[in-house]
Design a protein around this ligand. Structure first.
Ligand SMILES: Cc1cc2nc3c(=O)[nH]c(=O)nc-3n(C[C@H](O)[C@H](O)[C@H](O)COP(=O)(O)OP(=O)(O)OC[C@H]3O[C@@H](n4cnc5c(N)ncnc54)[C@H](O)[C@@H]3O)c2cc1C
Ligand SMILES: NC(=O)c1ccc[n+]([C@@H]2O[C@H](COP(=O)([O-])OP(=O)(O)OC[C@H]3O[C@@H](n4cnc5c(N)ncnc54)[C@H](OP(=O)(O)O)[C@@H]3O)[C@@H](O)[C@H]2O)c1
Length: 423
């Protein structure tokens, strides 16, 4: 391990600092990169600065339990990871996990490329490691990107099938090819292109850490951090596939296993400073995670503000994550209101925003009492639909127009009373 000065620019985000390289190096993370880097730069001056994505903490898996029932279409797990004394987080933060690719896929890829695995390569920091280690821990061999197809094609410009997927005119064709495919598919479809192991560093992106919303309050769990992870598994083009990080957590992280992690602060998703302020939380699916942390924090510190949780999943019997805990909190009064929407328990789908609409008058009354409104989970559809339902509740409650509701929401944003953590 060496101490080095880092100065890296990625997609508009700048990261400067001193760090001890654990050999994994800086990684490109496609979502929210600029914010992540800015936040990590801030973290350099806080408690979280000791361990970062470049210098992760080797955590031990304490708990890894299935939350969903047998027969569920989902595999969602509750995971607890050990922390070293001095590592601190707040509700709303995330934990970053540095995953490894699956060994059978790594071995298959190396064999398909015609290599042995013990060849020596230089990683992104010019540290010499074996090809096997590089493919397992440094390179993104999962979900194929257009960039990789492009680089691969540059190694073999004579192959027409590859040429047909490069250049601005062929973007759609390349995207269609990449969807549901991984690097192994490209190598099988167009063999003999990579002639030297080091070329993989030009073709493939770095294996990036994945973020998971923290599902616990440190006031209750001082020496560990907890998360709620949906394991990504799918079948495409005749192969069973899995997400690299969620697959690692789901399949290759039994109790006692170790895993490099770091804490990532998120100042834009925080409980109100006023502990008596009411909060409304919309958390379908794994979006529930930060709200479990919020509620534990409010319970542990005896905060007097009212709490209203909307949770949604497919089926009550199979997918009601943390059911016993939330029901106990409801019984004890920590959760003032608990509303659920199980989309597939009846012929017509019911989503969290339908429950919001049913309770629109009361929801508006809470907002008028100064409630903070939080949303976590799916960014593509859910968060937008929930915002529409919120605007509708505001318009109805205030007997106002949609323009008025938009103004009201803008005002809430200014007061940090509308916060979202979606992915
Ligand atoms: C701030 C933040 C907080 C988050 N919190 C959580 C959380 O609390 N819990 C949680 O579970 N996740 C959370 N996520 C998502 C998480 O970070 C990962 O993105 C997720 O676990 C997938 O990562 P992976 O490495 O398992 O999958 P990857 O290896 O990244 O694979 C995912 C890719 O596989 C492909 N793919 C997936 N399904 C299919 C399919 N059916 N057909 C074809 N291709 C497919 C797609 O290209 C997709 O992008 C969060 C993300 C962010 C940014
Ligand atoms: N990058 C990845 O590969 C990856 C990995 C894990 C999670 N995620 C994302 O993380 C988010 C959470 O995933 P999750 O599986 O825990 O839960 P989810 O997919 O958000 O599902 C939770 C509940 O929300 C419902 N739902 C679907 N569309 C909705 C909408 N427009 N508005 C409100 N509710 C809606 C679902 O119903 P139905 O299913 O019955 O429609 C289900 O009952 C999703 O965005 C998911 O894609 C991504």
């Amino acid at each position: 391990m060496r101490l080095k000065r880092m100065s890296v620019i990625f997609g508009g985000g700048v990261f400067l600092g001193w760090g001890r390289f654990a050999g994994r190096g800086l990684t490109f993370y496609h979502i929210k990169m600029t914010e992540v880097l800015e936040q990590e730069a801030k973290n350099l001056t806080t408690h979280a600065s000791k361990y970062t994505r470049n210098n992760p903490y080797t955590s031990t898996v304490r708990v890894n339990e299935l939350l969903t029932g047998e027969g569920s279409e989902k595999e969602t797990r509750h995971i607890e990871l050990s922390l070293e004394e001095g590592m601190e987080y707040s509700p709303g933060d995330a934990v970053g996990i540095l995953p490894e690719n699956r060994r059978p896929v790594v071995d298959e890829l190396i064999a398909t490329l015609g290599f042995k695995g013990d060849e020596r390569v230089l990683d992104h920091y010019k540290v010499e490691i074996s090809l096997e280690e590089a493919v397992r821990t440094r390179l993104m061999i999962g979900a194929l990107s257009r960039g990789s197809v492009n680089q691969y094609s540059k190694l073999a410009p004579q192959i027409d099938g590859l040429k047909a997927m490069t250049g601005p005119d062929n973007k759609a064709r390349a995207e269609e090819y990449c969807w549901g495919r991984e690097f192994i598919d490209l190598v099988k479809d167009f063999p003999g292109v990579v002639t030297a192991p080091q070329q993989l560093f030009t073709v493939l992106q770095r294996l990036a850490p994945r973020m998971y919303s923290i599902a616990s309050s440190q006031k209750m769990h001082q020496d560990n951090v907890q998360t709620t992870v949906r394991v990504v598994r799918y079948e495409s083009h005749g192969r069973d596939r899995q997400g690299v990080a969620s697959g690692h957590l789901g399949e290759r992280a039994p109790v006692g296993a170790t895993m490099p992690i770091f804490l990532h602060a998120n100042q834009n998703f925080r409980l109100p400073e006023d502990t008596s302020a009411p909060v409304i939380m919309i958390g379908p699916g794994t979006g529930i995670a930060p709200f479990r942390a919020f509620l534990e924090e409010r319970q542990a510190t005896g905060q007097s503000g009212d709490n209203w949780l909307f949770f949604g999943e497919q089926r009550e019997a199979l997918d009601y994550l943390y059911k016993d805990e939330f029901q106990a909190m409801h019984k004890d009064g920590v959760l003032t209101r608990l509303d659920t929407a199980f989309s597939r328990d009846q012929a017509k789908k019911i989503y969290v925003q339908d429950r919001m609409q049913e309770k629109a008058a009361e929801l508006y009354e809470w907002l008028e009492r100064g409630a903070y409104f939080y949303v976590c989970g799916d960014a593509t559809r859910m968060a937008k639909d929930v915002e529409l339902a919120l605007l509708d509740a505001i318009a109805k409650g205030s007997n106002g127009t949609l323009d008025h509701a938009n103004e009201y929401l803008e005002n809430m944003k200014k007061q940090k009373r509308y916060q979202r953590d979606t992915y």
